[in-house]
Write a protein that binds this ligand. Structure first.
Ligand SMILES: Nc1ncnc2c1ncn2[C@@H]1O[C@H](COP(=O)(O)OP(=O)(O)OP(=O)(O)O)[C@@H](O)[C@H]1O
Ligand SMILES: [Mg+2]
Length: 259
């Protein structure tokens, strides 16, 4: 088997604040194969965004290693794009210019950039808002611009932090299907953080459930079956129940240990 595109080896990470160190991630190890979609589920504050930030090179780990295609991650790169939890749009740039942002310096002609931006804006249903500014858009629309911007770069790995959180159910389902198609076509590797159990089952090849204080990998669940999946079939219900039970377990554990 080929080497994993993302390799996380015994990673620990603490933050220093108010005079003390707090261990946020403890001894996390996991591999992501090229072309795989994995999801990270866990309650608020367990360290999901921190882990993504470390994979993306925005934060440094205190112990262990993170490798992207065999090379230690030390800073952000265009091979591994982060779709931020708060969209990360630049308010002074139009929608068009925000999506262009990642394409600058990529050796594309003006017309290629224009075409690509238009393709991805069309995909997220916002081609007609290309000249608007982020403040003129709803939260869900801003999120779709951020999705278009990340996908337009066509990176090898996309890190997504709650990408569909602010969207209505129909737009969310539509974009989940679009994502599956793009991911299949371009063999993109996706690491997705979500609170939505159904979304994780629908999109992922494997799901990692994290426990909190400090953040650790509590359980890995492999999701069988080809995509797109049927949300109403019995396999889907089976995984839903399995994950739900794991959450009750982690919550119970948290209460037992008073954390
Ligand atoms: N820059 C920082 N400095 C200090 N502490 C931080 C920093 N960033 C995150 N933390 C702490 O690390 C822990 C994990 O935060 P993180 O944002 O990774 O959680 P999360 O699992 O993404 O939560 P959510 O689901 O709410 O987005 C929290 O206790 C948070 O307060
Ligand atoms: Mg987060």
């Amino acid at each position: 088997m080929a080497a994993p595109i993302v390799k996380i080896e015994q990673v620990s990470k603490s933050y220093h604040s108010q005079g003390q160190d707090t261990l946020v991630l403890s001894n996390i190890s996991l591999d992501v194969e090229k072309g795989e979609v994995i999801s990270i589920l866990g309650k608020s504050g367990c360290g999901k965004s921190t882990l993504l930030n470390c994979i993306g090179g925005f934060e440094q780990v205190n112990e262990g290693h993170i490798l992207l295609d065999g090379q230690e991650v030390k800073k952000p790169s265009k091979r591994c794009m982060m779709l931020m939890q708060n969209y990360g749009l630049l308010p002074w740039r139009s929608v068009q210019k925000n999506v262009e942002l990642g394409l600058e310096g990529m050796n594309l002609s003006k017309s290629e950039i224009h075409e690509r931006v238009n393709d991805y804006l069309e995909m997220v249903g916002l081609a007609d808002r290309a000249n608007a500014f982020p403040s003129e858009l709803s939260g869900g629309m801003q999120q779709r611009v951020a999705i278009a911007r990340a996908l337009a770069i066509q990176p090898e790995v996309i890190l997504m932090d709650e990408p569909f959180g602010a969207l209505d159910t129909f737009t969310r389902y539509y974009l989940q299907d679009e994502l599956i198609q793009i991911q299949k076509r371009e063999q993109t590797t996706i690491v997705l953080v979500t609170h939505d159990i159904d979304e994780a089952i629908y999109l992922s090849d494997r799901i990692f459930i994290m426990s909190a204080n400090p953040g650790q990998v509590h359980k890995e669940i492999k999701i069988q079956g080809s995509k797109p999946r049927d949300r109403s079939d019995s396999d889907f219900q089976h995984y839903r129940e399995l994950i739900f039970n794991e959450f009750q377990f982690t919550n119970k554990q948290a209460i037992e240990y008073n954390i």
